[in-house]
Design a protein around this ligand. Structure first.
Ligand SMILES: Cc1cc2nc3c(=O)[nH]c(=O)nc-3n(C[C@H](O)[C@H](O)[C@H](O)COP(=O)(O)O)c2cc1C
Length: 211
């Protein structure tokens, strides 16, 4: 297979300073709505990039569970690889790629933990199997086998029953954004890129970047 010659020209849309909201959070909301309406698969799936104490980056997909003036929320295991990395270095980046819309959004900032009350509120909304799974899976640790995992799940089901409490090691993070980039694919690789940086104070500085 000749992957070097797999390419597509992007022609769906354009993006100009005059088109976008002065507030990148509102602009993000607009694009997320458009992704949901366009029925892109997993519109809330985003790459979360973290960096460990030695400077080694790592990335994985997680689901966005809220986006508002305070930032972007996600839920995970605080003792996972990403949890340890965020404890060592709270700087992180998020990346959305909505392929069908020929769009990418990059977000950078710092991460804080949600309050226990906020994590409890979301945990209660999860399906029972996911709540049990949060007890059963020591996320990112080496485990002996699939069987061992399923056994842990059965044990957790017996121990925690129908109304499991949220494990203390499971909860939410909020990424507080410092920078955004909205990318719209254009023809001949002359893509549109608009970057917002926090301007010190409530406002944002908006610039066009070269593709
Ligand atoms: C579509 C998709 C959604 C996912 N959503 C989450 C999520 O919301 N939270 C989570 O902890 N892991 C989620 N995962 C699994 C992560 O990608 C990853 O395997 C896990 O969090 C362990 O990462 P870590 O070892 O770097 O901590 C998702 C994976 C995919 C492919």
């Amino acid at each position: 297979m000749d992957i070097a010659n797999l390419r597509r020209d992007y022609t769906r849309a354009s993006l100009d300073v005059a088109d976008v909201d002065a507030d990148p959070l509102r602009q993000f909301d607009r694009w997320l709505h458009e992704a949901v309406e366009a029925q892109v698969p997993e519109p809330t799936a985003m790459t979360l990039a973290t960096v460990d104490a030695a400077g080694q980056p790592s990335a994985r997909i997680v689901l966005l569970k809220g986006a508002g003036p305070d930032g972007f929320t996600l839920f995970t295991n605080y003792l996972s690889r990403k949890g340890h990395e965020l404890a060592e270095n709270p700087r992180a980046a998020l990346l959305f790629h909505w392929v069908e819309l020929e769009r990418q959004v990059r977000i950078e900032g710092f991460i804080e933990r949600l309050s226990d009350a906020e994590s409890d509120a979301y945990f209660r909304q999860r399906p029972l199997g996911s709540r049990i799974g949060a007890w059963a899976s020591p996320q990112s640790e080496v485990i002996a086998s699939r069987d061992a995992l399923e056994q842990r799940f059965e044990e957790a089901t017996r121990t925690h029953g129908d109304e499991p409490e949220r494990p203390g090691h499971w909860g939410g993070y909020r990424l507080v954004p410092q920078a955004f980039e909205f990318w719209q694919g254009r023809s001949s690789r002359l893509h549109d890129r608009l970057r917002y940086l926090r301007a010190g104070g409530p406002g944002w500085r908006l610039d066009r970047l070269a593709p």
